[in-house]
Every structure is written in C-alpha cells, then in structure tokens.
Design a protein around this ligand. Structure first.
Ligand code: MN
Length: 502
C-alpha cells in the first residue's frame, strides 16, 4: 500500500544482512502481509503502511526522518522480525519525534513442531530480536508502548487500535489552537497555568481575544442562515413551545442561533478547534453562549468554561481519540453528591455547557434564568446522560510540570430531575466514592474534567507517555496509601528528570 494522504501508522521492520537476500525478501513479504491485515482490521481506525525492512543504521535513520517529515504519519510501529542489532537504531530513534509502539509479534502463530529447522528459527526470531530492541529503547529512556501477542489476535488489534487513536489525538494536539474569549474566572486557581509550557510540552497554542471580537462576527451573520439553523434545531431537538416561531421567547432562540453561527465562523476562520468563555466577560452578548458551546462540542470542538483553556485543549484531543462513532465525550464538572443510602453518587453537570454527544435521549431545548452573569435568560439543551463505564480526566499545572488524572467511573440511572434545567450525568466512582474522591483531591484534580465513554485509563496513560507528563490513575485497584506514595515519588522523579526544563 502506498503511503496514504490521511492519518496513518507506519510499520518499520528490523533485520540485518547476516541471513542473505532470500530471507530478507521473505521478511518483507511477511511484513507487507501483517501491515495489510492490520490496515483491514476493524479495531484499528487508521491505515497501517509498510515502511520497509531496515538493515543498516543509515536506512533506519532515513526511515525515522521520513516518518517525522510526513505530516500524515501519526505513529510508527516497530517489529524486529529477525534479529536486528540495536546499535543500528540509535541514530534514528534518538531523533524520532513521532510516537512509536513496539509490536512484539511473530509472523506465524503456531510453532510447526514436526518441520521446524534452523532456517525457520533464523527467520522467526522476534522472541529475542525484539528483546534486543527493547533493551535499547529502555537504555535510551524512550517512552513507547509495548504490545505483545500475535498480530491476528483481536485483543492485540484492539490494543493497537486504541493506541493509534491516542497517537492521532497527540498528532492533532501538536496543531491545536485554542481561542480564549476573556480571561479566567477571577480568583480561580486550577484553571490557571503556563501557556508557554503547554505549547512546549503539549504542542497546543492558546490565543486570547476580547469577547467583542466574537460579538462583531456574530453581528455579521445573515438572517437567512439564522432561519436555516432554527429549522435544524426544530429537527434535532424537542424545542420548548415558547422558543418556537411565534412563541413568546423566540427572540432568545434567534439570538442563540446568531451567536452559534458567529462563534463557529470565528473559530473556523482562525483555525481554532477549541475555545473558552467566561461569564465575567460577556460585553455585547445578550446571553451566556452555553448553547453554542453545547452545539460546537457536539461537532468535535474542545471547550472549557470560565477561561479553562487546559480542559478545552484536553477535550479537543480526547474527542479525536474517541472517534466519531463513539458514545460521547463532554466537558464536565463534579457538581453535587447523593450521599444517602442509594449512593454515593456524583451528579455531574455545568451551568449550561454539557455536550449532547453523551445524551441518552433527544435533548430538550429550553430557556430558564441563570443566577450568575447578569444577562438575559439563556437557552440550553437539557438531557440525561447514557449509562455505562466512563472516565473523568483532568489536566492540571503543578508549576513545574503538568499532571493528568483519570478516574474510572460508571454512569448510572437516577431518579427524574424535573426541576433541574441543565444537562447532567450521574455516576459512581471506582474503587468507591471515598477512595476516588480522596485520591482525586490528593492528586490535585480539577473540578472541571473531560467525561468520556469512549476512552479508557490506559489511553490516558499512553497520551501522558507521548507528552512526557505525569499521569495518576484512579481505578478499581487504587489504594490510597500507595497512591500518596506515588505522588511523593513523582515529585522527586520529575524534578530529577526535568531539571530546569519547562
Ligand atoms: Mn465551571
């Protein structure tokens, strides 16, 4: 397969000249077969191209430079089909910026007990060829993923597929631009952070704008486009009668449509795939633009409320990781608890801005007062979230480094909430409420997070490895004493590793 012009993985296969030309031809043929099978696998969302059998230091270095130079190559897959003396890989791998996964596999699944001879042994020796490679990766302190098992095994393909989604998200993060309208909510600590360090470490660019720039763009939107969008709302949602054409509050819906179109145009014209707003800076806007945030999140844009650019960037990346056909990924906030006999459960929500991708029903479009911000009543989408396993993910800035925190949770059923005019999710935490909440708080996790049904804790760990940032996992195995010691050791480890860097 030629290298596609879409995001893809590239399989690089190591060998050497010791065995003569015929085995190398067979290695190349086998590698092409593996690449084609992985490409065709439903569990792997990206094509896998075969980048060649590499047998010299110069070939390896060129292959690594090619991977880094190709803007559509999001990840490299390494496999030592035969033995490939690893000193040949030093030059290439020390320069490689593209994330790589070490696929520890072999061509044949079953060992041919009756016919195996030394020719077979020499051709199929990844069992030790990959250990030679692994030693060097560790010796060079290279962050990478190791996946072991036969390439046709569905579990191996699923793990490779999930890693591919992480590599794709990391690739997009390198080009991500976040637009901030206004600053952080005043006096809030956790939404602050070092934007220069974020660009160095995560690749993301954060640009500030006055909200007046958004207002000006919204005022340019034509009435025809607004009418068309209102038709789309009526098609997609259960719209409250007072918001419908002829209804007493229809003007508020027209305003929301204008702001959505203006915001979408502003972001697209500037190349922004994520944004923040703050209710403390809404000059010229009639309503807090929470409905527009809901609509744009549903189309894959990252969002963070109250100026939270870190969560906006994280949401954008995790939406790439989740893919387009998932159960949903949203901005979220731990809001309030049910600590009674049916709990403990967490009610997650926000003032308005929960992504309808997580909705379990056709969202209702409603209008209600908002107690803060001092603006007109904002329209919003109201719904319950789906049930099922999910994660909450938080990105914080500790001053000298970033930390990702992930908690595995389970979105559960709950009583009706007839008086609550915002979208919401209700979940239980793993391993249990008290351990998870205490661990999250010890780790410094934010009240804002990204809530997703489509990614798992291992993928957050893989993203952290690509970024070189710390990750704290809170899951069924979490014990507080161990976790608190991990946090203490991480301070030491990252101080030693990072020194005076970002
Ligand atoms: Mn908030």
């Amino acid at each position: 397969m030629p290298n596609p012009s879409t995001p893809h993985l590239r399989l690089l296969v190591g060998s050497q000249h010791l065995y003569g030309p015929e085995p190398l031809r067979e290695v190349a043929h086998n590698a092409q077969t593996v690449a084609d099978a992985l490409s065709a696998a439903d569990a792997i969302p990206l094509p896998v191209t075969f980048g060649g059998v590499l047998t010299t230091s110069a070939e390896i270095r060129n292959a690594c430079l090619d991977a880094d130079g190709d803007p559509t190559c999001v990840g490299v897959v390494l496999w030592m089909h035969t033995f490939s003396p690893a000193r040949m890989w030093i030059s290439g791998l020390t320069g490689l910026r593209t994330p790589f996964v070490h696929l520890h596999t072999q061509f044949h699944r079953d060992l041919p007990w009756d016919t195996i001879d030394m020719d077979y042994m020499n051709l199929h020796q990844a069992a030790h060829g990959d250990r030679e490679a692994g030693f060097l990766h560790t010796r060079l302190r290279l962050e990478r993923k190791v996946i072991a098992g036969h390439w046709s095994d569905p579990t191996v393909q699923q793990r490779l597929g999930r890693w591919a989604r992480v590599a794709h998200a990391w690739h997009e993060l390198q080009q991500l631009k976040v637009a901030r309208f206004g600053d952080n909510m005043r006096n809030v600590a956790v939404t602050e952070g070092d934007k220069v360090a974020a660009q160095v470490r995560l690749g993301v660019t954060v640009d500030g704008y006055g909200v007046g720039d958004l207002v000006a763009r919204a005022n340019e939107v034509g009435d025809g486009a607004i009418r068309d969008l209102v038709d789309a709302y009526v098609e997609a949602y259960q719209v409250a009668p007072e918001l419908l054409p002829g209804g007493g509050r229809h003007g508020a819906l027209l305003h929301a449509a204008r702001v959505e179109l203006g915001l979408r145009a502003f972001l697209d014209e500037g190349g922004y795939r994520a944004f923040t707003t703050t209710f403390e800076d809404l000059h010229g806007l009639d309503q807090l633009p929470g409905f527009a945030a809901q609509r744009l999140m549903a189309d894959g844009y990252g969002f963070g409320a109250e100026g939270d650019w870190k969560t906006a960037a994280l949401l954008s990346a995790l939406k790439v990781m989740a893919g387009e056909r998932g159960m949903g990924t949203s901005f979220m906030e731990d809001y309030t608890y049910d600590l009674g006999p049916d709990g403990p459960r967490v009610l997650g929500s926000h003032m308005l801005e929960v992504c309808p991708s997580i909705a379990d029903e056709r969202p209702r479009m409603e209008i209600h007062p908002l107690g803060i911000g001092g603006k007109s009543d904002p329209v919003r989408l109201v719904f319950d979230a789906k049930q099922g396993p999910a994660v909450n993910v938080s990105l914080i800035d500790l001053g000298q480094r970033f930390r990702l925190i992930v908690n595995e949770v389970d979105s559960v059923s709950h009583p009706a909430l007839p008086k609550l005019p915002v979208a919401r999710a209700v979940w239980t935490c793993r391993p249990d409420f008290a351990t998870a909440a205490e661990a999250w708080i010890y780790a410094g996790g934010a009240h804002h997070s990204v809530f997703s049904y489509d990614i798992d804790a291992e993928q957050v760990e893989d993203l952290a490895a690509m970024a070189g940032v710390e990750v704290v996992v809170i899951d069924a195995d979490t014990r507080l004493r161990t976790l608190r010691n991990e946090l203490r050791l991480a301070d030491l480890s990252y101080t030693l590793r990072r020194g005076l860097g970002d």
